[in-house]
Design a protein around this ligand. Sequence first.
Ligand SMILES: [Zn+2]
Length: 171
Amino acid sequence: MAEPQGVSVSETPPPVLDRSFVQEYARLDAGVPWNRQTRLYVDGVLVEWVPGLAIALSLDAQGRPVADEFLLLHCDNDWNSVGVIVVTSVDEAKRVAEHRYPGSGGLWLDAGYDTSHVAQHFEDAYGSLRCSFCRRSPYEFRRSVQGRGAVICDDCLGRLAAELAQEAEDA
Ligand SMILES: [Zn+2]
């Protein structure tokens, strides 16, 4: 996807971060400190000040929203998630964010994404891995065989094998 001229790639987060659907985001600046009394550890490492926060709705393996499960994502300059807090609503995410980063409350912006952006993201991520025969995505089958630009899933392979066996029997 081409980025618009003159716009920083990392100014806004992508529609999907850490398998979750981005609703709102905040760019923190030096005027928004980290509250040292709050603690978030990822793999034993303390997550301190971050330049970006995002509130996102969890998605299941099929890319469908998980009701009442929101993530407060702590992000680096390129919107890579470096730490996540699970909450039950956007408001709770903002309260937690305000406690951790006092002053962040006035910085939230609507990401402006809808489910079509999520669908496009999954298509971009997995489209080339769809089964060439039944068009299902990799998260909809267990295994696949790939070769010469084609992908065939285990279900289609099974059907093909059964058809071949039937033809051999009929012959
Ligand atoms: Zn298939």
